[in-house]
Structure formats: structure tokens, C-alpha cells
Design a binder for this molecule. Structure first.
Ligand SMILES: Cc1cc2nc3c(=O)[nH]c(=O)nc-3n(C[C@H](O)[C@H](O)[C@H](O)COP(=O)(O)O)c2cc1C
Length: 200
């Protein structure tokens, strides 16, 4: 499948085949591709909890107003932001580059995030957004489908995944085998309404 087709055929699937299980090899490929998603300064501030255990998936469905996708999908991925990534041994984010570059990035990270919880949160949102799209397009390439989700009780999900203190949940993506096609698209806005040439 080429990228255009993956983008066009990705839909938020509501009904997954509960008998389908992703292989550990496919899960590993999905993980390896997911971490190639871009992050500002390459700070890799996403953390992913991937849930395969049916008991845990059932709990997540319950915490998601009984939506079926986490229960029936093969894999539930909870995308979280590590709000301390900017200060956790930041030199390693550029370890393949000269030490001057590593120091430069470290200082930039301190400048941008040390005194700004908003920036730390914004960055978590951005990084997880890109990662979510990578997960969903990779799923299509594997002949699988996905559903991005925020319809869950935050505190309940945080409990279930034992969310660390300096982390936040950004969203969930369920991956699995489609049982039923998505309904017709809701209706996209016109290009004219959302694209502006050179300025608003
Ligand atoms: C951040 C986000 C949260 C969403 N949460 C849910 C959800 O909790 N349950 C659900 O069924 N769909 C959820 N969706 C799916 C959207 O409703 C869907 O992406 C949108 O209607 C467009 O449809 P499409 O993805 O099939 O093109 C969510 C999508 C996004 C991007």
C-alpha cells in the first residue's frame, strides 16, 4: 500500500474482530516505526503503554464509557507525554553528533521548558499527535485498522496504566482487524475554508 492509499483508507473503526491477535513481530515493527515520528529537538518525549492483556483491555473499555474498541481491538496503545524528558540525560538525544551539538540542544531544552509547564504540555501534545498518525498509517500498511480515542475517564485510565507523576495521557489508539467498515465520512470542510495562501 502506498502512502496516499494508507491516508485515504485510514478510518476511525468502531468494530474490531476480537478473535484477531497481532503477532509479537508485528507489534515490534509497529513500535520501531512509531519511534521514528518527529519530536522537537529529538527529545522523544512520548511514552507508550501497549496493552495486549484482555483483562486490562476490558478495564480500559469500561473506563471509556463502555466503548467496544479497546475490548475488541488487538492492541490498545496509550500515548503519554513524559513532561520531564527535556531534562532526562538530554545529551543522549544527539549522541550520534558532536558533543558541541549535544550541549547546544541541552541548553535550548532548558531555556524552552524549565520554567514553562505550558510548553512541556504543548510539546507532549505535538509529539503524541505525530506518533498517533504514524501508528495509524503503519496499521494500514499491515492490513490493519485503528481508532484514535479520547473518550475515557482520565483518572481511571491513569490508574489502570499506573501513570507516573510527571507524565500525562494524551490519547489512546486502538489497533486491530476491522470487522465492519466505518460509516460514510462525516463531511470534510472545503479546501477554501481551511487553506490560506501565504496569509489569512
Ligand atoms: C483526538 C481524537 C479523539 C477521538 N476519540 C474518539 C473516541 O473516543 N471514540 C470514537 O469512536 N472515535 C473517536 N475519535 C474518532 C473521530 O470521531 C474520527 O477520527 C472523526 O470522526 C473522523 O473520522 P475518520 O477518522 O474515520 O476519518 C477520535 C479522534 C481523535 C482525533
Amino acid at each position: 500500500m502506498n502512502t496516499f492509499d494508507a491516508i485515504k483508507t485510514r478510518r476511525a473503526i468502531k468494530n474490531f474482530d476480537s478473535s484477531y491477535k497481532m503477532s509479537p513481530e508485528d507489534i515490534k515493527v509497529l513500535q520501531e516505526l512509531t519511534i521514528l515520528s518527529p519530536t522537537s529537538y529529538n527529545q522523544q518525549n512520548w511514552r507508550f503503554v501497549y496493552v495486549t492483556d484482555q483483562t486490562v483491555k476490558d478495564k480500559i473499555s469500561k473506563a471509556s464509557r463502555d466503548q467496544a474498541q479497546p475490548r475488541d481491538g488487538s492492541l490498545v496503545i496509550v500515548l503519554c507525554g513524559n513532561l520531564s524528558a527535556w531534562k532526562e540525560e538530554p545529551l543522549r538525544y544527539w549522541r550520534n553528533h558532536p558533543v558541541e551539538k549535544q550541549e547546544l540542544v541541552k541548553n535550548s531544552l532548558i531555556r524552552k521548558y524549565e520554567n514553562s509547564p505550558e510548553s512541556r504540555r504543548d510539546e507532549a501534545m505535538r509529539s503524541c499527535g505525530f506518533a498517533a498518525q504514524t501508528i495509524m498509517l503503519t496499521a494500514r500498511q499491515m492490513g490493519l485498522d485503528s481508532c484514535p480515542m479520547v473518550g475515557f475517564e482520565y483518572d481511571e485510565l491513569a490508574d489502570i496504566i499506573q501513570l507516573p507523576k510527571d507524565h500525562m495521557i494524551v490519547m489512546m489508539v486502538v489497533v486491530g482487524k476491522r470487522l465492519k467498515d466505518a460509516a460514510e465520512r462525516g463531511g470534510q470542510l472545503s479546501l477554501d475554508e481551511v487553506f490560506f495562501e501565504n496569509h489569512f
